[in-house]
Ligand binder design. Structure first.
Ligand code: AMP
Length: 121
């Protein structure tokens, strides 16, 4: 599978579509989900062109991998949902067809601000 340059998150990264930005650094961009499923619903995406977590694990550099993990934590802290600034949250990545992934650019959902409930419905 090749990376689709015209997926919606690629367009957001190129600035062709706007987003409600939460945080940005060399490795990640974070913004609010357009269709929030919980009180707080943020997305964190790597800046590199990776289709999903498997693609990222195979191709990303160690710096990018560390950058994404640190980015998740930074965003959780900024939103006051991390385990040290708030009450915790759920990080979730849908991967490919059976995972229910709709946008083919790796992204983590961060859900918080309330009890998130059952892990799988
Ligand atoms: P997934 O099903 O894991 O691929 O999730 C894709 C997510 O992207 C969904 O929760 C959508 O609501 C969200 N989404 C789609 N387009 C946008 C957009 N333009 N800005 C922010 N979130 C979006």
């Amino acid at each position: 599978m090749t990376y689709d340059e015209n997926n919606i998150f690629a367009k957001i990264l190129r600035g062709e579509i706007s987003c409600k930005k939460i945080y940005e650094d060399e490795f990640v961009l974070s913004f609010f989900d357009i269709n929030p499923q919980k009180k707080i619903h943020a997305l964190v995406i790597p800046k590199g062109k990776y289709i999903n977590l498997d693609d990222f694990a195979c191709k990303a550099s160690e710096k990018e991998i560390v950058g994404l993990i640190k980015g998740l934590y930074t965003v959780a802290q900024k939103l006051n949902i991390s385990s040290n600034t708030g009450k915790g949250y759920r990080a979730l990545a849908n991967i490919s067809e059976n995972g229910g992934q709709e946008v083919p650019h790796l992204h983590f959902h961060l859900f918080g601000g309330e009890k998130i409930g059952k892990m799988v419905e």
